[in-house]
Design a protein around this ligand. Sequence first.
Ligand SMILES: *[C@@H]1O[C@H](CO)[C@@H](O)[C@H](O)[C@H]1NC(C)=O
Ligand SMILES: *[C@@H]1O[C@H](CO)[C@@H](O)[C@H](O)[C@H]1NC(C)=O
Length: 236
Amino acid sequence: MEKHVQILLNKISYASITIATVVLLGLIIQTPSTCVDPTAPDHPTSKRASQTLFPTSTCDYTHRAFTSLEKKNRRLWSSKMWIHAVDSYKALFSTFQAQTRSHLFNHSRALVVSAGPGQAVMALREMGVADVTGVEVVDSPPLVSRADPHNLPFFDDVFDFGFSGYLDRALFPIRYVEEMERTVKIGGICVVAVEECGDEEVREIVKFFRKSRFLNARNVSLAGEERTAIVMRVQK
Ligand SMILES: *[C@@H]1O[C@H](CO)[C@@H](O)[C@H](O)[C@H]1NC(C)=O
Ligand SMILES: *[C@@H]1O[C@H](CO)[C@@H](O)[C@H](O)[C@H]1NC(C)=O
């Protein structure tokens, strides 16, 4: 009797193992329906998938990236906030064009660090500066590429004009400034904006620049914030 029960139990567990294995194999082999090529013309989700902003699943690999990015940018760039921000950067940059000893020409190579989604990059381009590079820890194509501001992926002395609207948010401001000074050539200028401050704070920030000479500081309104822009000439 004992033995009979034992055999029965064994049979049951063998059966369970077999069922579990079959189910597992089935799961591995079977393609989930969400992974079916959404570009297939008769696939029910193909239309919807191409219109949503976010992937509907991890297998959603539609080619919507380009078109929706274009659409997203068009929407962003026509927003009031964006236009207002671009105009505020233009107002600041135009002061560097207007001066008799101009710092910023159409043929200048300009760098924008901590460029965010790229308002300052767009401002410089719209002003006629042909070669503008924007970097940020998160990229925003086509205006801004991804790069660490503390370790810029550029050679020494390649830019005529370096700008950062957010030096005060840098993790390591000294290193951040060093990188701007390294990549901007002698005679070029670095402009950094920080939260609005007085002369004493300006002097503290100027100390970060070991290879530049202080030119001036002024209060400006940038992207809706009152900030102080500090202008330095690189001399190494
Ligand atoms: C610079 O570019 C702008 C915009 O394209 C243009 O209006 C301006 O005349 C150019 N300036 C010079 C000096 O070529
Ligand atoms: C900016 O404005 C603040 C407040 O009005 C003032 O205390 C400060 O001196 C100004 N800074 C500069 C550089 O003009």
